[in-house]
Design a protein around this ligand. Sequence first.
Ligand code: F6P
Length: 544
Amino acid sequence: MSFPRCDRTTAWAALRVHHEVEGRALDLREAFEREGDRAARFTLAAPHLRADLSKNRWSEATRSLLLQLAADCQVLAQRDALFGGAPVNGTEGRAVLHTALRAPRGAASPFNAEVHAALDAMLGFAEQVRSAGFSDVVHIGIGGSDLGPAMVVQALQPFAQPGLRLHFVSNVDGHDLAAVLPGLDPARTLFIVASKTFTTQETLANANAAKAWFLDQGGTEVAAHFAATSSNVAAATAFGIAPERVFGFWDWVGGRYSLWSVIGLPIAIAIGAERFHALLAGAHAMDRHFAEADPLDNLPLQLGLLDVWYRNFHGFGSRSVAPYHQGLRRLPAYLQQLEMESNGKSVDREGEALAYSTSPVVWGEAGTNGQHAYFQMLHQGSDVVPVEFIAVREPVYGFAPQGELAERLADQQRKLLANCFAQAQALMQGKRFEDALGERAPTANPELPAAALARHRSFAGNRPSTLLMLERLDPQSLGALIALYEHRVFVSGAVWGINSFDQWGVELGKALCNQLLPRLESGGLEGLDASTAAALRWARGDSA
Ligand code: F6P
């Protein structure tokens, strides 16, 4: 499949000129002064959420040119190829069909019967686990086999079955597993080994250690206490997992898109089958929005195009995600894999070097915590970092607070939202030198000249942000939010003409690790660079 490359389109050239002529200098404060309906025109509704894109450094003209760029790059045809099951992951010759995993039963969607048979089996097992008297479930996996399930289980904690603890162990660092094991009763613990390939070093190491611990504690029925989710069913059974407890899936489910598949087993155990279906339904609603909404109303399309505008025309190298909801504190880590593993590429689909930048660095922290850490840099640092605020209107605590606690929590929710909106305002408004000069600053050094102090205390402003708004964080809205991000990453990747679905860049480190591992035991240093050799000597405790 071949599509026009963005830098060879007329829209790309037009965007270059547009950026020089007006895009670079666009001032948000002036834009709001000028355009009375700016907030309304740049607010888009999508299933279960809406987004205010008006505090971004773009205009109607920019948006039109970006939509023209999408048309020139045939992004919608690329979207249809994705949904239709074309082999869009060219380097691995695979379709990419996470959207099929959330299509309702009976829908005209690829592999619908197989998807629902696998889903039924997984959900049936999840319900069994929920009623079997387990106290703990330990999910062992890494990357896409960890980040999605761990993030979703944390986000949906108020909907989780009380008394059933879920733990996520990913790191090959034994401290991860070791921190979990002492609190477990082997007779009431289920281990899930989650690995698409069932070859991943970290996961197999943790799974073997967990099995050793289980047997060592007098556990006898490995079959009753271990399950697996994998597309390599043979390897999972060879590991010793009972065949009826190995839940298989397909190579057309990418690791970082797999939480909707049987990899979502810990989510289903936590929230139950019905709510898992609601999570899928939320994502499916966003799929339909992406597939059907007009480009002018299409939120994933516009977010992905805005990302391209910032990366390739403004030259912004990163984007910060600030979910103002404690349940979403792992969302930035999840998004790092989703976006950076997908779009961190330097060649196009044909293998030709790119003359433009791709994935930004994605990072962030839950608000308000981030405000007391790195927001200083967002406001006054030398780089412009677009910020994505996520606000949730109605809190859900998992219990009904009463009396004074209810009042205090309601007050905290108002404080949370006020902080969120205030940060976006401050980023945009900034503080002029003259205003800083006129202010009192009781904690400032009184010996400092007023003008110097005012320069420290002024902010340039005009810093862009997006506000995503959810009524409440529940399975449906979370499903929609995640699918929104998936499609937005797809859009920027489609414009850039890259394969967003492979990850060859992680291979070299794995191969070199396998070469170094025996040297850590043997001490052999032949052929190593001096720095790596010194690190190995240090690790072995050999004298320098
Ligand atoms: O190393 C990267 C990666 O292949 C990710 O893409 C994937 O999500 C992760 O490793 C885990 O892989 P697996 O599910 O096969 O264990």
